[in-house]
Design a protein around this ligand. Structure first.
Ligand SMILES: [Zn+2]
Ligand SMILES: [Zn+2]
Length: 157
């Protein structure tokens, strides 16, 4: 979704937009434990003050994740919050880099789905657990302990 800067005012405006999975993928950098299922959608509140655009909201979507403990695959809903400021290009100082919360617009329009796709890559959890109480795999025999104790576990006796 493209928003023209001239359409933005100091008054907050709510926008909703889909995010194509292909736009998110390049930001996930080799996360083999994750598969994007989608659909992904964003909801944002946007306003512009003195040529600086403020954008905050949440991205929601579904991923197929591999549990970091038991290695089971499961579907997980993710909700990623973002809060970003986009400054006018002329305010950029020499050597200044964009970061998680500050970027630059081109003085004309912002491509909201592109901006937030990058946020997904940065903020998606590093580890997914199928359950907070997941027991994981036995370090000796490799059995999934969520399915019951294994032979080498002391509880089995
Ligand atoms: Zn698990
Ligand atoms: Zn075992």
């Amino acid at each position: 979704m493209r928003l023209l800067l001239k359409s933005l005012t100091p008054e907050e405006r709510r926008v909703e937009f889909p995010i194509e999975i292909n736009k998110i993928k390049p930001y996930l950098g080799g996360r083999e434990d994750l598969e994007l299922v989608g659909p992904f959608a964003g909801e944002a509140w946007v306003y512009k003050m003195n040529a600086t655009v403020h954008l905050k909201g949440v991205i929601r979507g579904t991923v197929k994740a591999t549990c970091g403990r038991c290695l089971d695959m499961f579907e997980a809903d993710v909700a990623i919050r973002f809060n970003q400021t986009l400054r006018p290009p002329e305010s950029k100082e020499a050597g200044e880099e964009e970061d998680l919360t500050t970027g630059f617009h081109d003085g004309y329009a912002i491509q909201v789905d592109d901006i937030v796709a990058a946020q997904i890559g940065l903020k998606i959890p590093q580890v997914f657990l199928c359950d907070d109480e997941c027991l994981g795999l036995c370090p000796s025999c490799g059995k999934n302990l969520n399915e019951g104790p294994c032979e080498c576990s002391p509880q089995a006796k």
